[in-house]
Design a protein around this ligand. Structure first.
Ligand code: 4H6
Length: 224
């Protein structure tokens, strides 16, 4: 899986050098290509934004620099995603769907956003990670990369994948580790029994109960 990111803040993506995603990059399971939109400014001051037509606060990213940055990727088969508060809200079924793509281009807006004409020209899908406003599309782009990369073969252990399909669509059962007694609270007895049948049954029940209490909406709709 290849991700190309179009951004004015390429250094933010160093966060992806850590932990599981960092290892997936080292192992060449995913390829992350960060492109600085500013490199495509032809202006002597490297200007990339200008005041909005019609007036109003802030700055808008100009269409030509974004278009030239996009063209430099030179893959007309890649799916282009614009991270914006106006997009369809991201969920786990969209994660699975996008994990089947070969190459995703993630376009990150900043300031007041990007000139609509280049959005209309190059964007295939507009995605929001939730109903709140951020200063830029960079954190949403990283949310997509993290969630999608988990579905690429070899990124997670076989064991983690089995556990996830076990509680498919429901919330996770609670986890415990040593010590056996913490602030007077004991680890549930069944988890120390070594009786795997009973442990699985207990975990399934806990998953359902937690989902019923915290997120009943997840039980009604399992897919979209
Ligand atoms: C594109 C257009 C995504 C990107 C406008 C991006 C939230 C999400 C942005 C903007 C984002 C999300 C700039 C509009 C700041 C508001 C960057 N915010 N904005 N929910 N912001 O996925 O002002």
């Amino acid at each position: 899986m290849k991700f190309s990111i179009l951004t004015l803040f390429p250094e933010m993506f160093s966060a992806l050098d850590e932990s599981i995603i960092g290892r997936a990059k080292e192992n060449k399971l995913i390829d992350i290509n960060v492109i600085n939109i500013r490199d495509f400014s032809k202006d002597k001051h490297k200007k990339v934004d200008d005041t909005p037509y019609g007036g109003g606060a802030g700055m808008v990213i100009m269409p030509d620099v974004v278009y030239n940055a996009y063209k430099s990727i030179n893959d007309d088969k890649a799916k282009v995603i614009y991270l914006s508060p106006q997009g369809k809200v991201f969920n786990q079924s969209k994660v699975k769907q996008l994990s089947k793509e070969e190459h995703l281009i993630l376009l990150c807006g900043h300031y007041e956003g990007i000139d609509q004409r280049v959005i209309d020209e190059i964007v295939d899908e507009e995605i929001s990670i939730g109903d709140y406003v951020l200063t830029g599309g960079e954190l949403p782009a990283m949310v997509l990369i993290d969630s999608i990369s988990r579905y690429i073969k070899g990124v997670l252990s076989e064991e983690s994948i089995e556990e996830e399909s076990f509680s498919d669509g429901l919330l996770e059962y609670p986890q415990y580790t040593r010590p056996e007694k913490f602030l007077g609270k004991e680890v549930p007895e069944v988890l120390k029994s070594g009786h795997h049948e009973k442990i699985n049954k207990w975990r399934k029940e806990k998953s359902l109960e937690i989902t019923r209490v915290k997120r009943p909406d997840l039980i009604i709709k399992k897919e979209d």
